[in-house]
Design a protein around this ligand. Sequence first.
Ligand code: UD1
Length: 428
Amino acid sequence: MADKFVINGGHALTGSVDVTGAKNAAVAILPAAILARGVCVIENLPRIADVLIIRDILMELGARTEYDDNGTLTVDTTHLDSSHATSELCKRLRASYYFIGALLARFGEAETALPGGCAIGERPIDQHIKGWEAMGAKVSVEYGKIRAEAPNGLKGCDIYMDLVSVGATINIMLAAVHAQGVTTIVNAAKEPHVVDVANFLLCMGAKIKGAGTDIIRITGVPRLHGCNYAVIPDQIETGTLMIAAAATRGDVTLHNVIPRHLDALTAKLLEMGVIVEEGADYLRVRTEGRPHAVRIKTMPYPGFPTDLQQPATVLLSTAEGASMITESIFEQRFKHIHEIRRMGADITIEDKVAVVHGVPRLTGTSVRATDLRAGAALIVAGLMADGTTEIHNIKYIDRGYDHIEDKLNSLGADISRVKEEADEREFY
Ligand code: UD1
């Protein structure tokens, strides 16, 4: 039976909490373990649905895995013998596309079901395909499957990305680790999880230079080996909790974070009048009054992350004045706005721009998560609203946030997970 969140809002979040490992790094690092042909011990994984799905896909391919509930997965890919990840599981998440890059590198061929994931726009994978083809692979997309073949191996070359894509950068990096010669990705994504995947590959013996800049060079090596690796803290979970602290006019310290990864959000919070204090591995966020209105435009890293646009919109819904939010990465990332309008927000949308006229308060009602980060935004809305908010469809939130309700309750929130009645599910 599906669950919903019931939030009694209006409690200022206070106290401290640890942030968990990064979802977007984890979902790339686990498929990358295929390249080890040995044992990898991966720590600090978030305990989320997407990680469990990827583990199941690895097992279907012939890997052995052991999972402990503290977020450590041991993956033995020594006997992994299939290059076909075509089960229904792949359709349940976007990141299943990383199996193509990893399997193509290991076996010289790969076939996977087309990836699923949040419906936040068209989300093509032409840049991934362009990269593999440039390295000599033959790629086809037919009958809901992607097939890539390079029977004589891949050859390193220069690949100019038409746009900055996290997924394509990582996927080309995965494919290139065993390619002959040097592969250069120009206009590469610089997101923290791109660097984390590169570090994992380096730990397995790959030769990669430039991850974190917009030119990445990968020199192919014949073999990689297993390793122990800990995933970086989740930039987006950190940002969501920072926003929740400011939205509830609270005082929260987040531990086990990399403050640098949040520079774009921190700058905007400071502009709003929120106090942000940074240490080596912690961030303290506190505020009392309503935030000031600001302008935000989502951009590839180090710009303002699109994944934090939705929670930030909610925070600004009670700012003093009118804010302008431009979503420049995904076309359909304003679905949460329809829901928070039902809670009293005053927001108009014109193409890629949302104009948020701050209101003094939101009020609780029943709302529906339409995708992962929209769900996170609705949690922030429920925490700051007067009265009770019910969030339906929280399977999206469980895909990407590790026991978020426990973290929030430890900070003084009143949020509970409740089984949905069948008629509620139909309505929402
Ligand atoms: C990743 C993240 C997601 C985040 C996004 C942007 C994962 C699993 N997901 O998604 O949380 O919101 O980065 O930071 O890491 N595009 C193309 N062709 C392509 C690839 C992308 O046109 O081949 C477009 C997309 O439609 C989008 C933009 O490029 O408009 C950026 O997409 P990309 O960075 O690839 O996002 P994802 O890797 O899907």
